[in-house]
Design a protein around this ligand. Structure first.
Ligand code: SF4
Length: 403
């Protein structure tokens, strides 16, 4: 993908032209909440703003939603993440939902997701009253020692109790996040964590590999030799054990990091993977407008709460980093998003980008022979685990034909 271009707050022609060039009527909205009560040792997300700025932030979301304005068609997915959204309390989260409903409308059967962490003091039942239909719980592990090493502020019992309370509260979907790629972790123990989450009420799991980001406490530990990153082999063995156990429980991988029965898949995330329009609100939030520019445009509100609030209050576009996609970049992204999911080869999407689908046939045959694709051309579990390499390998061979 092209490098991100920085757009200044005072003179913002590129960002303004993004919103002016197309009627941006995304049906999906993401709201980034940049507050957490403590900092996990691996975390590189934009969060940790002072809690006394919460009301200022909420006024900013209300302004940004108002400035977005009415579109054609109500929102049918909303995702409030971060950060730790419950730091805003149920009333604060209600202000966000109300602001979106006033500005855009929210469809009657919309999927509304909120992320929570165990033991954060907001009752799941109160989040149901706000209107959320789907809840995503940051379980991460069910091991006391690992939770402490990762700097999580809860134990395994609190995580399981949170899942049970979410299930009792009547959410349509209860999702649990797990972290794998932990050095020395027995794959069978990882599978037990996954089963434990399902037993406590989760019907959707998101499974991520631990990454060591520069500047985090974990990166300092690694540099000082106090933390050994897991090998690729360890991470794959842990993922495979979890995938196998979840498959037995009826939760299949519908994306390399996401497991659920067919009716429980996250509609919002599928919008991202299908490269459909979505609008991010709040500092640090990402948006995509496929109709802006020849190959679509992505942008990120810069992760600067006060600059974002000032712009939102004045009705201006917030400071943004804009990425106008090139055709090559759009092809690579399309291949990457396909290879992470067990879905058919994206002929129509690639042909719309000028790729001759017939040229891919012998390449796909090679991948099938290597066990990366099924005979119907869908990535296998092995293929999904190698998605990055497969996407780049195909891209190098396919884009030469469109230059
Ligand atoms: S709760 Fe999430 S966003 Fe907050 S510090 Fe931990 S990992 Fe980061």
């Amino acid at each position: 993908m092209a490098d991100l271009e920085t757009v200044s707050e005072m003179r913002n022609p590129t960002a303004d032209s993004v919103s002016a060039s197309s009627p941006f009527s995304a049906r999906s909205a993401y709201v980034h909440v940049p507050f957490c009560r403590s900092r996990c040792r691996y975390c590189a997300f934009y969060s940790g703003e002072p809690l006394d700025l919460r009301d200022t932030y909420l006024r900013g979301v209300e302004s940004e939603a108002r400035a977005w304005g009415a579109g054609s068609g109500a929102l049918d997915t909303v995702y409030v993440g971060g950060g730790t959204p419950p730091t805003l309390g149920a009333a604060g989260l209600g202000r966000i939902v109300d602001a979106l409903a006033r500005a855009r409308g929210i469809a009657r059967d919309a999927e509304l997701t909120v992320e929570v962490n165990p033991g954060q003091g907001v009752r799941p039942a109160d989040l149901r009253v706000v209107g959320f239909t789907r809840i995503s719980v940051g379980v991460q592990t069910l091991d006391e020692g690992w939770l402490a090493r990762l700097g999580r502020g809860h134990g395994p019992d609190a995580a399981l109790a949170c899942l049970e309370a979410c299930r009792r509260a009547g959410f349509a979907t209860v999702s649990a996040d797990l972290i794998l790629g932990l050095p020395g972790l027995d794959p069978a123990a990882a599978a037990d964590w996954a089963e434990g989450c399902v037993g406590a009420g989760a019907d959707h799991l998101s499974v991520y590999l631990l990454e060591i980001h520069p500047g985090t406490p974990l990166a300092l530990d690694a540099a000082a030799g106090r933390f050994r990153p897991a090998s690729a082999g360890e991470a794959v063995a842990q993922w495979e054990a979890v995938a196998e156990r979840l498959e037995l429980l009826g939760l299949a991988a519908y994306e390399v990091s996401n497991f659920a029965p067919p009716g429980v898949r996250c509609r919002h995330n599928q919008r991202y993977w299908d490269q459909e329009a979505h609008r991010g609100l709040g500092p640090g939030a990402h948006s995509f407008d496929p109709g802006a520019g020849p190959w679509g445009t992505r942008w990120e509100n810069r992760p600067d709460l006060l600059a974002w609030v000032r712009a939102a209050a004045a009705g201006r576009a917030p400071p943004r980093r804009v990425d106008r996609r090139t055709r090559d970049g759009a092809v690579l992204e399309t291949l990457f998003l396909w290879a992470r999911r067990p879905v058919p080869w994206p002929t129509a999407a690639l042909e719309a980008l000028g790729v001759d689908a017939a040229r891919a046939k012998p390449l796909l045959a090679c991948l099938e022979a290597a066990g990366d694709l099924t005979p119907s051309g869908r990535p296998t579990a092995q293929g999904m685990l190698r998605a990055d390499g497969i996407a780049r390998w195909l891209w190098e061979r396919l884009v030469s034909g469109i230059r």
